[in-house]
Design a protein around this ligand. Structure first.
Ligand code: ADQ
Length: 487
């Protein structure tokens, strides 16, 4: 992506209405500080941007989202034929809509209520207001018959709000996190509004078939709608499809990144800096209570204390990307992890090299590829996770059929990566046994497992994921006049 800007002052761009629109809480941009101290915005291509890149180029693409700074209005800008349309949020809206309703109500509720969901009416009111703003902005910029793809739990009301204004649009929605079982979902005081919000879409996508089934069951029972397998018949005659589309990664580009000399040298340096252990265990997560980081450290610490893992022989490197630091539960977790790592390392008899190295830092992609390449055993232990891309990234970065993936059965990825060393993170003894098994397993067994998983992640990549979703959406909504416009 070039970072050259043509602004909204470009009259040609202004008149153009997008035929493919992504709507997500965040725009794919980062703030950069100029040498003179002024702030500017630069596009930051992540997984989703990469996936949509070919489509964005084929059609006139636009991305609607918050740019990440509160109380700041930003003009739309164009980058490499992609129009970026910022939606402003005030500090109070960030607190109520983003940190509150999205991350302290929906996030824990949809993740098995691992933390207690908080229900506050003023958070909900702001969620409605902000969803309306996203829908209004999208309605303004979408061309006639455009395909609009709404992303994730922050924006579950957008499909309905958008359809009311623009019935000509073809609307898809994808939920990146688990859709909870009925018993949990019905705790939500605004359960009906959320279900109706999602049903504004033509296609509602989930990570797993179980999530799609939960949703269909709920609309049948709570809204008395007629359903047949994955189809829901709406009172206005429309049909909504609810189906699983397990998200993937750009496996080839991760593999190529890890294959570079730069990544190889960096991987070697990482191992050297860690004292050249025989076995390097790696954990990589957003710092979140759903990821099972405490359970993982607990298990590793006990193995060291019991002498089943020798700190002269093995190290656990835990990388945690800072996340949602203004939400209380996240602050508490950060303190708990600090304390637990300190205790494990403090109780280790070894002077010099601690058994656990914990880094609370965000790294660029090439550095991540080097960490994955360096690791012998990847430890992925979420208590609940929609998919978990880290597991797939580790497999993609292998240069040969070596390494081992220890993977929680409560991740979406476990459904596809069946040759991983499967664990239940609540069962600390079982987790310990699996870590030791993965460490001591023969190279032949490891190669057999890894070969199948590598094929899986290469054959099912992010492009295939996006195409499957969009093909289904277009098939569902084929209208001669609309398909001509979208082209
Ligand atoms: P997340 O909860 O953020 O995603 P995950 O899928 O593992 O979880 O993605 C994390 C991403 O952050 C990975 O791409 C990883 O490389 C990156 N990352 C982690 N630690 C990092 C660090 N220290 N520095 C730099 N990068 C780091 C949500 C859902 C998941 C779902 C995804 C996609 O919770 O279940 O898989 O969306 O749908």
């Amino acid at each position: 992506m070039s970072s050259e800007r043509t602004g909204p002052e470009n009259p040609e761009w202004k008149l153009d209405r997008a035929s493919f629109v992504v709507v997500a809480n965040r725009l794919p941009v980062d703030r950069v500080e100029a040498p003179d101290g002024t702030a500017d915005w630069r596009p930051s291509p992540g997984g989703l941007v990469t996936a949509f890149d070919p489509i964005m180029h084929k059609r006139r693409g636009a991305w609607v989202g918050w740019h990440g700074a509160a109380d700041e209005e930003l003009e739309p800008f164009e980058d490499d034929e992609l129009a970026l349309i910022p939606v402003p949020l005030s500090s109070a809206e960030v607190a109520n809509y983003y940190e509150g309703f999205s991350n302290a109500t929906l996030w824990p509720l949809y993740h098995d209520a691992i933390a207690t969901p908080q229900f506050h009416r003023e958070w909900w009111d702001t969620y409605v207001t902000v969803n309306k703003r996203f829908a209004d902005r999208t309605a303004e910029i979408a061309g006639e018959g455009a395909v609009v793809w709404v992303q994730d739990y922050h924006l579950q009301l957008v499909p309905r709000l958008l359809r009311r204004q623009r019935p000509d649009l073809r609307i898809g929605f994808f939920l990146h996190i688990p859709f909870p079982p009925r018993e949990l979902f019905v705790q939500l005081p605004w359960r009906q509004q959320i279900l109706e919000g999602l049903l504004g879409a033509d296609l509602v996508g989930f990570q797993l078939p179980g999530g799609a089934q939960n949703f269909v069951q709920l609309v049948r029972q709570r809204l008395s709608l007629e359903t047949s397998r994955d189809r829901i018949r709406m009172p206005d005659g429309r049909e909504v499809l609810a189906r699983a589309y397990p998200i993937a990664i750009d496996a080839r580009s991760f593999n190529q990144l890890a294959a570079t000399d730069e990544a190889a040298e960096r991987a070697e340096q990482i191992r050297h800096d860690l004292g050249d252990p025989r076995v390097l265990f790696l954990g990589v997560d957003r710092l979140d209570y759903t990821k099972g980081i405490l359970e993982r450290i607990q298990a590793f610490g006990e193995l060291v204390a019991e002498g089943r893992i020798d700190p002269d022989d093995a190290v656990l490197l835990q990388l945690a990307i800072p996340s949602r630091q203004r939400v209380e539960q996240y602050r508490q977790l950060r303190d708990e992890i600090d304390r637990l790592v300190g205790r494990v390392n403090g109780e280790s008899p070894r002077i010099g090299r601690p058994p656990i190295v914990y880094l609370h830092v965000s790294y660029p992609r090439v550095e991540m590829a080097a960490f994955y390449r360096a690791a012998d055993i990847m430890v992925v232990t979420p208590l609940r996770d929609g998919m978990n891309l880290v597991a797939k990234e580790y497999v993609a970065c292998r240069q040969q059929d070596d390494g081992a993936l220890v993977l929680s059965e409560f991740t979406g990825a476990a459904r596809e990566l069946r040759q991983a060393y499967s664990i239940n993170p609540h069962d600390i003894d079982g987790l310990k046994d699996r870590l030791v098994e993965a460490m001591n397993d023969s190279p032949q067994n490891k190669a057999r497992r890894m070969r199948v998983m590598r094929r899986q992640v290469v054959e099912n990549d992010i492009y295939k994921w996006a195409n499957m979703f969009l093909d289904d959406l277009e098939r569902l909504t084929q209208k001669p006049e609309a398909s001509q416009v979208a082209g």
